[in-house]
Design a protein around this ligand. Structure first.
Ligand code: GLU
Length: 424
């Protein structure tokens, strides 16, 4: 059983590896070759060239992509990634992952993704705004409640989603959009309470579920988290509330560890002040390469894809891996983890809380309704537990959750294809 390796060095190998995995599982689930082809190839790939003039006075030429991988079950849904290394195949692979994720978490969306090739860390807030507005202007006809609905992903957040809504609404001479064109917006602009924390909260719910199933106590788990962005920071702070001990954490600036547990208050205060973890006095600085193989019970990759390769997999000490990032485990590593009896909560289940709450935001905006934070938290916890239980019951062993999750998603898509009939 192969994992979804996103961001690995060879992106064409990445995509073919995903396709092989999906093809294998699709065949096992009785899909014929035509159905498999319609599922494997993205339905639509749009390449854009942005030419914004930035604050240095120069025009910058940036490549961007929108991939609508599948709309069998509904409009394509997925975030906009801003990173220096995105390309068409990575965005396509991530879009396919969204198709599986929305099918598994059972929301009426397909899968899509957008990418803008630029390093967001090198941009001023104003330049970032200019780029996202330039993207929106060019992408305008490909974005809509029935076509593709963007959301935050790596390098973008609620601010950018607010600018997208503003560009589209005012571009049409209206104060607001007709329906939901983008999710993950600031609450004041029609976003939903709890969307910011939703992915991290969903990760923690899957950990609570697995702990219960495996007879473990979250408050006795020693946890390592790679990444301190929107997802990693929420997971770390939530887990502390459940009594777990965070023994190691990292961001792009470096990694820190403390075998007795990091004081998250110190970490949060330091991060707020310095915008980085490196130098934080809550722990000792360690080699970020060593973080993933540190002594711990639970490992949570919550940053980029492709970080667990064969050698990391051989040396991991954790007995549970919760894939908060998209595609953190390479296929070669997945086989090793399985052999070693390490239980992996697969990304399409583990981090699906974000897109589930995006769906709630979509319904809120469509119905011109207002949801409370507790409504959102309750619906999110309920859905994550329900889908976790289904995956757990379907899996032939705790080490085979990925296979079960992907099988369920593919089966759901198969039903969608059949129900739409020949013209899909
Ligand atoms: N970027 C997030 C993901 O990878 C959220 C997508 C969404 O809400 O549409 O799941």
């Amino acid at each position: 059983m192969q994992a979804l390796p996103i961001n690995s060095l060879n992106s064409s190998a990445t995509v073919s590896s995903i396709c092989d995995t999906v093809t294998k599982i699709a065949r096992q689930h009785g899909m014929d070759e035509n159905e498999i082809k319609r599922f494997i190839e993205p339905k639509e790939v749009i390449r854009l060239r942005l030419s914004p003039r930035l604050s240095d006075g120069q025009v910058h030429h940036l490549s961007a992509w929108i991939v609508r991988h599948s709309d069998t079950l509904g409009p394509a849904k997925g975030g906009i990634r801003m990173a220096a290394n995105v390309d068409e195949s990575i965005i396509s692979a991530l879009a396919m992952e969204m198709t599986l994720k929305t099918a598994l978490i059972d929301v009426p969306f397909g899968g899509g993704k957008a990418g803008i090739r630029v390093d967001p860390h090198q941009l001023s807030p104003d330049d970032k705004q200019v780029i996202i507005r330039s993207f929106t202007n060019l992408a305008r006809r490909h974005i809509g409640p029935e076509v593709y609905i963007p959301a935050p992903d790596m390098g973008t957040g609620e601010k950018e989603m607010g600018y997208i809504k503003d560009s589209i609404a005012y571009g049409e001479g209206h104060a607001t959009t007709r329906g939901c064109f983008v999710t993950g917006k600031p609450v004041v602009l029609g976003g939903i309470p709890g969307r910011h924390d939703a992915t991290g909260a969903g990760v923690v719910t899957t950990l609570q579920c697995i702990a219960e199933r495996m007879g473990l106590h979250l408050d006795r788990q020693r946890v390592v988290i790679q990444g301190f962005g929107n997802v990693g920071a929420v997971v770390a702070n939530e887990l502390i509330k459940h009594g777990a001990t965070v023994v190691g954490i990292s961001d792009v600036s470096g990694a820190i560890a403390n075998p007795n547990g990091l004081d998250m208050q110190v970490v949060n205060t330091y991060f707020k002040e310095h915008q980085q973890l490196s130098g934080c006095p809550a722990g000792c600085g360690i080699d970020p390469e060593q973080l993933l193989v540190m002594d711990c019970d639970v490992l949570i990759p919550a940053a980029i894809g492709g970080v667990i390769d064969a050698s990391v997999a051989t040396n991991i000490k954790a007995s549970i891996i919760a894939e908060a990032a998209n595609g953190p485990t390479l296929s070669e590593a997945d086989a090793i983890l399985q052999q070693r009896g390490i239980v992996v909560i697969p990304d399409i289940l583990c981090n699906a809380g974000g897109v589930f709450v995006s769906y709630l935001e979509y319904t809120q905006e469509t119905q011109r309704d207002q949801w409370t934070l507790s409504d959102v938290q309750q619906r999110l916890a309920q859905r994550m537990c329900q889908r976790f239980d289904t995956v757990w019951q379907t899996a032939t062993a705790p080490q085979r959750l990925r296979e079960a999750a992907m099988g369920l998603a593919i089966e759901h898509l198969h039903q969608g294809l059949i129900s739409r009939g020949l013209l899909t």
